[in-house]
Design a protein around this ligand. Sequence first.
Ligand SMILES: [Mg+2]
Length: 231
Amino acid sequence: MTELPNKADFASVRDWVFDLDNTLYPHHVDLFAQIDKNMTAYVAALLGLSREDARALQKQYYFDHGTTLKGLMIHHHIDPVDFLEKAHAIDYGVLSPDLSLGEAIQALPGRKFIFTNGSVKHAEMAAKALGIFHHFDDVFDIVAADYVPKPAGTTYDKFMALHRVDTQHAVMFEDLPRNLVVPKTLGMKTVLLVPQDEHHEFTDAWEKRAESDEHIDYATSNLTAFLNALL
Ligand SMILES: [Mg+2]
């Protein structure tokens, strides 16, 4: 699915806000699978659980608190910095430079941000591997969000206030529908990134679920083509 934008909808956009994982690189690269595995190992080691039990608890925390990290902080008082380091100890070599995406981002008029539930280090490593990091003005991460992940409204407020983003003139790109609800309420344009394979089955189907899709202006499986259509 690639729905190309009506240019007029984006004519007044001055701030371009991008989620990182499965948004700036396609879902099928599956970088997150590596992080997922590391988080399971972390929970297993921390609590002396089998891999299977650790995974169930990890997913429960993710479901209940928005990130596994938040659940571990609340229930086990872990050191978030240590967790983020271990979770993101992955091979970024699966990402390759995406020159055409870089050119498309560079050509956008205004500021560009990465807004992620991961860490700055993770965003930097991934965006550098994609060869697009230098096109961004800043990264707003889970530490800047005081470990309160999207889709919490307070976290969007923090981001918008920090960078004085006028939401009437901003757009958010995301692969999780629920993370676009608040941006739409704030008056932003919203673009959902969907996997190229329409029949892709999600490991965590619940995270794709949204009550309705009224908060999604566009859905596309090709970010570069979408951005190029705006030029
Ligand atoms: Mg994402």
